[in-house]
Design a protein around this ligand. Sequence first.
Ligand code: IMO
Ligand code: MG
Length: 430
Amino acid sequence: MNKIDVVLGLQWGDEGKGKIVDVLAERYNKVARFQGGPNAGHSLHFGGKSFVLRSIPSGIFRDGTTNIIGNGVVFDPIAFKKECDELSEAGVPIRERLVLSGKAHIILPTHRLLDAANEQAAGKGKIGSTLKGIGPCYTDKISRHGLRIGDILADGFIDKYGKLKARHYKEMDSLGFDYNADPIKPFDGSLEAEEKKFFEAIEFVKTFRTVNCEYYINEALKSDSILAEGAQGTMLDVDYGSYPFVTSSTTSCSGACAGLGVAPQKIGKVFGIFKAYCTRVGSGPFPTELFDQTGEKLRAVGHEFGAVTGRPRRCGWLDLVALKYAVIIDGVTDLIMMKSDCLDDFDTIKVCTSYKVNGVQTNELPFDISAPIEPVYTEFKGWKTDLSGIREEDKLPANFRDYIKFMEEYLEVPISIISLGPDREATIFR
Ligand code: IMO
Ligand code: MG
């Protein structure tokens, strides 16, 4: 019996999961998404082309790889159809390579409106949601009102849809949100027009193969190798992230068990991805955030603009306190470091190795990371070398190797893969 390997983000999302899953996918027969939805934006670059995947696993470009949208995912038929159309246009045979869990919950157009209504009502305290309806859809799942992909194939779907929509209307009324506006954000037009798209997309979804993900995956493990692909990052986990400025799912490793129907002892390797610096989109605490030219330089060099919303990402130095916290929670066995090539031109590189909270130094994340935290930094001399063309470890500059060694000692987990650029080829396996 094989084990299922997991790849996930250790920071606030956007660590470069798309590239790494694409690179790793070669070693697996199956790739499965286990949580999140179209709030994710996994970017892949190869053969001179770029793609951004939202709900579809990043193994979709590999011939012979089956991709699974797991039960833990929240699934937007409209976004899914759009994603499929783009992939089909690029010649990807999606139907041959993709199956859907009947238990994945469906994002309705009114879930997206509710996201906007909640954010509007929160005013300054807003989460900075991607407005894809993620929070409201998971809310309905947990409160046992949700609709699942399996429901669209059964009788009475329209009725169930109507009932859920009526609940959403009540909620929007209570929030003082006018869902009759036309156009209404985040749609291009009216709610009615969006519903039309929704039902067309539902017909499209019906043409895909739906499976019982839990049977499918456990059976496949007898002969296949499977990679579980996470979305977002551990610092956005609903339990362990910077609550309430988080997403609404379990982005950490245990989410793979719940989101695919596999038992904990079937988890094999856990690949934890992190960037050599930190970014965050949306609101919420970020202890090492930089508001100066260094932060701007990181944003420019790393092209740190959201793949989903286009928002400029907040940038800061690497936070090893938060990273170690994620490594512990996720049980990371292999670290993957992304984008260190973006630090090539810095004279000094800082990493936060402890926090000062109320004047007391600590290596632990406090309960409230919104409270004032002063990061304590260790400084490294920059390597001032273009890393992007290097393909062999022994060609890496000494300063860079010292920096890697320091991180491995601090995090107590080896860095197995170093990515030095967006392309598949710009990867060193150690
Ligand atoms: P990938 O998979 C970065 C952030 C949003 C917001 C918060 C809640 O590309 O790494 P939500 O729409 O989930 O209710 O938003 O979480 N967020 C992400 N940030 N990368 C992502 O995904 C994200 N998905 C959600 O910006 O702060
Ligand atoms: Mg992203």
